[in-house]
Design a protein around this ligand. Sequence first.
Ligand code: GRG
Length: 309
Amino acid sequence: MREVDTVIARRLSSDVALINQIAGYIVHAGGKRMRPKLVLLFANALQHTSPDRFELAAVVEFIHTATLLHDDVVDESSMRRGKKTANALFGNAASVLVGDFLYSRAFQMMVSVNQMRVLEVLADATNVIAEGEVLQLMNMHDPDISVESYLRVIRFKTAKLFEASARLGAVLAQSNAAIEEACAAYGRALGTAFQLIDDVLDYEGDPAALGKNVGDDLREGKPTLPLLIAMERSSQDERDLIRHAIEHGEVERLNEIVQIVRKTGALDATREAARAEAAQARDALNLLPPSIWREALLEFCAQSVERSF
Ligand code: GRG
């Protein structure tokens, strides 16, 4: 990961001062670097050790960072990673444009690896991520969306980049199709578990540990799984309150709704769904030879569910 940080620092630089300022601010804001870790762990687990793995690890972090910059503008978020968001500090226009810089820089870097399959994986992934965000926009303020529709959004907007990161390790190692698919399945399931927990933490996280505001999803009228389950399990009055909150976005009765979500066991049920995804991710690793890297990937499965930030 030190090598990845070196690539990130070198590739961030631009002659345009504002780009260095904003891109540096967000890239060094203390993210967990989950996606680059997946690239490296899968490449190593499959005995691939060329420096291309550092370049691609930096690429997925740049893409992730570009999506965060854009997402915080779309969601009008003010806090991320315990700090003010770039949009809060530098404004929406600068955030979107620096997101574009990072996104296009990532494409310059992936071209440098000179493998069509790498381009294909990342072009497809970024396209699906954008689709996921648009689907989510269409689901906003709609209390009648199905669990399947919610799961589609999170597989697209979050799990797809985890999937691509894991798959790239196998692509670099020129693994056979079965191994590549197993790596991709791991990333998909881990990313789904990760987003399910993200949605739980929005209702019960500690803002200090989480580094962002709690209750943002409800404020925005985002129908996430905890709300969908709470509606299924609550009384008519409670259900009406949640429906109203999703339809209009809720600030005033946030505490009451958080209580309903907790009381109905919706958070435990969502966490259970995340555990099932993490178990699938674990199973996908059976095709990989035993190694310290596979052990680390197994550890990620447990961490993704137990995490508090
Ligand atoms: C630029 C390709 C492109 C698309 C723009 C706005 C958008 C379309 C996509 C946003 C997708 C998004 C932000 C999904 C949420 C993913 C998520 C769980 C982010 C938090 O990830 P962590 O916890 O972040 O790994 P850290 O802070 O650790 O880096």
